[in-house]
Design a protein. Structure first.
Length: 421
């Protein structure tokens, strides 16, 4: 079934100047990948998600057309270009090498919550086939399910009577690139840090924190120690799942809002446990239904502004102008989708990562919780380790044992779009 665009518009037009807006999921298995099981699992997975079997077409206006071509499974880790012949014009691709599985998916069509559903489905089919085991089906979306309207339809496109967003202008946020003079360091890099889940959760319980707020606090403290006299506020953006406020837990679209944590003078003078409590209270206050719907009202206004333009160049210019206005209001983003929570299949997994790119000069920390450990992927638009080292110092000072697993050049897939040809 063809799909009209709405939620996807801003992300698609923001792609024009090099923002990849992709999710790159890396699943390292216990054993070498079996090609037959890999292909079968990918095929079954895409059968379960017909709304992800799409290509971008135009008939007066752009839309997502049903794509019946086979999903591509590559025995290569070369980053694909989505919506091209290399991927049979899909916005999703699967690849593998040795014991590593990679799933690339456009952030325009879903978010981390939606991507995790795809991973659970894929692992069900792959592990069942590869190891000849019978896995429980509870909580896993499988072929043959009845796909409800809630799962299929965009819950944002027809929203009415949204609350009027509060007025006011945010203060400018500290820019980590400019603060450190890293303008010439152009190598995007990922530093991956692993912490035992039990240890980190115990620390959170004892100090009034949660995984996302505690990581945000450690990063805030690290930035402040490096640059205590920076005139701009240290602001961490925490990704917020909007499905709860919309009452659509099954929706597949990209439904991500934000809570903002300012590390201001009032927070700085508090002991860590009170800082953590303050951060949690701030996130709670900004994630009430009313506040989330206010954020959606802002997002819808941006979409309507883009759609008010008649040509691709005009829409691209509008999206770029909006991005330029908003990129100065965050220093870093912290995203935690939650636990993958598929214990029976997790014993076959050695490592799990979800990578994205931040906008502008921001740092992103993507937190994954799989197989008994938290992995914090410290994703930055430069290679210099100064911020990572400062973050690790915070862990050291608080007695948290960590393992810097690896350091890798960030290579994200690209996507073909008609207005970039």
């Amino acid at each position: 079934m063809d799909q009209k665009l709405f939620t996807e518009w801003r992300t698609l037009y923001s792609l024009n100047w090099g923002q990849s807006h992709m999710m790159h999921l890396r699943i390292r298995m216990r054993d070498l990948i079996d090609e037959f099981s890999m292909r079968h699992a990918a095929e079954q997975t895409m059968k379960r998600y017909p709304y992800f079997c799409v290509e971008l077409k135009k008939d007066g206006e752009y839309y997502l057309a049903h794509n019946e071509r086979p999903i591509v499974v590559s025995h290569s880790l070369t980053a694909p270009k989505l919506n091209t012949s290399d991927t049979n014009y899909h916005f999703v691709s699967f690849s593998y090498s040795d014991n590593l599985i990679v799933i690339d998916i456009s952030h325009a069509i879903t978010d981390g919550t939606g991507a995790y559903e795809v991973v659970r489905t894929f692992l069900y089919y792959y592990v069942s086939e590869r190891y000849g085991v019978e896995l429980p089906k509870e909580g896993v979306r499988l072929v043959g399910d009845v796909i409800s309207e809630e799962e299929w339809n965009d819950p944002v496109a027809k929203l009415t009577n949204l609350p009027i967003p509060a007025g006011g202008q945010m203060a400018k946020a500290m820019n980590p690139v400019k603060a450190a003079g890293l303008e010439e360091d152009k190598q995007p890099t990922v530093y991956s840090i692993a912490i035992a889940e039990s240890e980190f959760m115990d620390f959170n319980v004892k100090n009034n924190g949660s995984p996302a707020t505690m990581v945000s606090l450690f990063l805030s403290r690290a930035l402040h120690r490096l640059f205590p006299d920076d005139p701009d506020v240290i602001r961490i953006t925490v990704a917020v799942n909007q499905r709860n406020a919309l009452r659509v837990p099954l929706a597949h679209q990209c439904l991500v809002g934000a809570a903002f944590l300012d590390y201001d003078e009032n927070i700085q003078k508090l002991p860590l446990e009170r800082q953590a409590a303050a951060y949690r209270e701030t996130v709670f206050a900004q994630t009430t239904d009313e506040k989330v719907l206010e954020g959606l009202a802002n997002q819808n206004g941006i979409t309507q502004l883009i759609l008010s333009k008649q040509t691709d160049p005009e829409r691209i210019a509008a999206a770029q102008a909006i991005d330029e206005m908003t990129k100065d209001f965050t220093s870093a983003t912290v995203s935690y989708v939650g636990k993958l929570n598929y214990k029976e299949a997790e014993k076959y997994i050695r490592d799990f990562r979800l990578w994205t790119r931040g906008t502008g000069d921001t740092i992103v920390i993507e937190i994954s919780a799989v197989s008994g450990k938290f992995t914090m992927d410290f994703i930055q638009p430069f290679a210099d380790p100064m911020y990572v080292n400062a973050f690790l110092n915070e862990l050291d000072e608080n007695g948290i044992t960590y393992d810097l697993r690896d350091v890798m050049k960030l290579e994200m897939p690209d996507v073909r779009l008609p207005w970039r040809e």
